[in-house]
Design a protein around this ligand. Structure first.
Ligand SMILES: Cc1cc2nc3c(=O)[nH]c(=O)nc-3n(C[C@H](O)[C@H](O)[C@H](O)COP(=O)(O)OP(=O)(O)OC[C@H]3O[C@@H](n4cnc5c(N)ncnc54)[C@H](O)[C@@H]3O)c2cc1C
Length: 306
């Protein structure tokens, strides 16, 4: 571990990992290593660890890595894992659920259904954490994360845990950015309070089943992928544009544009992050040439260019 990023004499209860291969932690099963990664023991330990970081250190929170690519040359900063540690979930009031950021989004959907609440079903098909859903404003089938958020809890680079309202963020389609507030430092999500409608458990479970069946029918879930690679441009679908360019099935190295869903890139075997990124650039370039539309990446790419 590079001690330059840390102040000495802090007792932490979590686990540090050096040169952690991130292919193990991202759903594409490809890419480079994080120089170091931290698995906190709990929220208090995470806050304490944040206080040890030097102000300029690069920090990347990682949930289930289902929207993430770390370049082959690796990520030079500190990765923080939330999944399997920030895992509390509880009914906070009759229609409110308080959930920590490391809980899987499908678990929140099932928990809501179990308590006869409606409006969380869309989360069942999003294979990430609550923290990732908050960071991405993840959504599908008409549902969107921030529409059901009542408040969030963040941890700052200063190690302070804060309650925030949705008004403290600029929220849009797959877009969430902190609003500039006096003295605000970098912050990451550690929990949220969601509000749902009173519903009916069996109906919610039936809807979850239906949404999952629709996904199985349309997405290449048998090969490592990161869901939709590009945001849909206004009034159109990235998949339609890529398919119209004849790119379904196009391969670069071990990466391939899915033959089933053109907005998915799959790891067809041994793909590197560079293979995936080259395919992303190829799709963007062909769609720009043919339609004059600039496709924007929905997946998040970090790390050094090789
Ligand atoms: C098969 C498949 C289907 C998918 N379908 C959908 C879909 O229908 N709709 C949709 O919106 N997405 C979909 N996705 C994409 C992905 O599941 C979502 O974006 C999800 O919300 C990412 O959560 P994660 O925990 O995996 O985040 P990660 O991939 O780990 O991280 C994604 C981004 O969020 C940041 N982040 C993660 N945790 C935190 C935190 N606690 N605080 C601050 N930032 C954080 C990361 O730094 C990174 O920038 C799909 C992915 C797959 C593989």
């Amino acid at each position: 571990m590079n001690m330059a990023d840390m102040e000495p004499s802090t007792t932490l209860r979590g686990r540090w990992m050096d040169s952690e291969p991130m292919a193990r932690h991202v759903s594409w099963r490809a890419g480079g290593a994080a120089r170091r990664a931290y698995l906190p023991a709990d929220l208090a330990d995470l806050a304490a660890m944040m206080r040890t970081l030097n102000p300029g250190a690069d920090v990347l929170f990682v949930g289930l890595g289902s929207n993430l690519l770390i370049r082959d040359a690796g990520f030079r900063g500190t990765v923080v894992f939330t999944h399997s540690v920030l895992k509390a979930i509880a009914l906070a009031a009759s229609t409110e659920i308080h959930v920590q950021a490391g809980v899987a989004a499908p678990k929140l959907a099932r928990f809501a259904a179990m308590h006869d609440l409606a409006g969380a079903e869309f989360l069942a098909g999003i294979p990430g954490t609550v923290g990732g859903a908050l960071a991405m404003n993840a959504g599908c089938y008409g549902g969107e994360t921030w529409r059901v958020v009542r408040s969030v809890t963040t941890v700052g680079r200063d190690g302070v845990v804060r309650e925030r309202s949705a008004d403290d963020f600029d929220i849009g389609y797959r877009h969430v950015a902190p609003r500039p507030l006096p003295g605000r430092c970098d912050e990451w999500f550690v929990a949220a309070r969601f509000g749902f409608a009173i519903g009916d458990g069996p109906a919610a479970r039936a809807r979850i089943k239906d949404l999952l069946a629709r996904r199985i029918a349309s997405q290449p879930l048998d090969q490592p992928n990161a869901g939709s690679v590009f945001r849909n441009p206004p009034g159109d679908h990235a998949a339609r544009l890529i398919e119209a360019c004849g790119l379904k099935g196009r391969r670069i190295g071990g990466a391939m544009i899915s033959t089933r869903h053109a907005n998915f890139i799959v790891n067809a075997g041994g793909a590197s992050a560079a293979d995936i990124e080259r395919l992303i650039v190829l799709a963007q370039s062909e769609v720009r040439i043919r339609f004059g539309i600039a496709l924007e990446c929905e997946v998040r790419i970090y790390g050094d260019q090789p």
